[in-house]
Design a protein around this ligand. Structure first.
Ligand code: NDP
Length: 327
């Protein structure tokens, strides 16, 4: 028997409730690899899955946790041996499949990535889907060429934004961090941001399709009016990596920045990302994310604290990265 955060649904009321329970190995879903989980984390999707599900969870009882890191316990796949250190993000684990809020997880070998040298299981979850996605976004910007001038990061005090800020600053870019929480200014400067932009300054509806050419690139975790507005502020030929929808899923703007300034809008998906690019991103994280900066983002937590943290992240009240020690 081992501990897991189990979400149950009352069929009469339709309400869900989450609590730490003892479960047996027989209850784990099918998969080639059983992992002794060491750490997990909290993403927006986890907030949904710990709570009412947001349409992501198919079956109850459910064990959430879209990310985990740990050590292979048993494997029927030649690529993994007992003792190997692994990390998992995405593939709808923690949504359609039981996830990482558990001391053991059983998954498909295809979903795992071996932890690269230079990063341990705890650091991997300080990174998690949020940090992995931030790295994918930075790689996409690099592939299309980052222009001179500050790189804008929106939702900067959140998980994706914090890691994107640290990576970009570590690579020597000037970073302008957009936040709606002025009290996070020192934190963001500590991660390497050189300019703090108030959310209200850039969150207004587009009035003019083109404004002064200001940003050499952008990692956008917010979407909606902010994304529409900042497209018109990009330098000629610069790119925006669209990562998130913290401000909404719509895009109320014009196509003028694409047509007159050759601006690129790059879509970033972390969930179905092919294996080779996952490996490339984790290696870049190990080499290009300053680990002291990563440590400054970490808020430690335990399994029993997850219901509260799930509610907090849905309200946009989590700063940086939560690392859950499941043991
Ligand atoms: P967090 O909740 O940690 O961060 C989101 C940040 O966005 C907040 O901290 C806040 O930053 C800002 N924000 C929140 N609400 C609003 C609002 N109404 N208007 C403007 N800004 C707002 O989430 P994550 O960093 O983990 O994820 C960010 C987004 O990326 C989410 O939408 C998530 O679903 C998405 N995502 C997408 C992935 C993909 O594969 N494409 C993978 C991972 C996440 P501040 O306080 O600094 O303003």
């Amino acid at each position: 028997m081992f501990n897991a955060l189990v979400v149950e649904k009352n069929e009469e009321t339709g309400k869900t409730s989450a609590a730490v329970q003892q479960i047996s190995e027989d209850a784990l879903p099918d998969g080639e690899v059983t992992v002794a989980v060491e750490y997990s984390t909290v993403n927006y999707k986890d907030g949904l899955c710990i709570g009412p599900g947001g349409g992501l969870v198919r079956k109850y009882p459910h064990v959430p946790g879209i990310d985990f890191s740990g050590t292979v316990e048993t494997s029927s796949d030649d690529r993994y041996q007992p003792g190997d250190k692994v990390v998992l993000t995405g593939w709808r684990v923690g949504e359609a499949h039981w996830g990482g809020y558990s001391q053991k997880a059983r998954v498909k070998a295809d979903w795992l990535v071996p932890l690269p040298d230079g990063i341990d299981a705890r650091q991997a979850m300080a990174v998690g889907t949020a940090g992995f996605t931030a790295m994918l976004a930075v790689m996409a910007l690099e592939d299309h060429g980052i222009k001179d001038g500050p790189v804008l990061v929106t939702g900067a005090a959140g998980g994706v934004g914090s890691v994107a800020t640290a990576i970009l600053a570590g690579l020597g870019h000037e970073v302008a961090a957009v936040t709606g929480r002025p009290e996070t200014g020192d934190y963001l400067r500590g991660l390497g941001a050189t300019q703090i932009v108030a959310r209200d300054e850039i969150n207004e509806t587009v009035k003019r399709p083109l404004e002064a050419e200001t940003w050499g690139g952008c990692v956008d975790a917010v979407g909606s009016a902010m994304l529409a507005r900042l497209l018109g502020q990009m330098k000629y030929g610069a790119s925006v990596a669209a990562v998130g929808l913290a401000g909404g899923a719509d895009l109320p703007g014009t196509v003028i920045p694409f047509l007159l300034r050759g601006v690129n809008l790059l879509g970033i998906d972390s969930v179905m990302q092919p294996y080779d690019n996952r490996l490339r991103a984790w290696k870049r994280i190990a080499s290009d994310l300053p680990m002291d900066k990563l440590e400054a983002m970490v808020q430690p937590a335990t399994l029993s604290e997850l219901p509260g943290l799930g509610r907090d992240i849905l309200k946009g009240q989590v700063k940086g990265r939560v690392v859950v020690d499941v043991n």
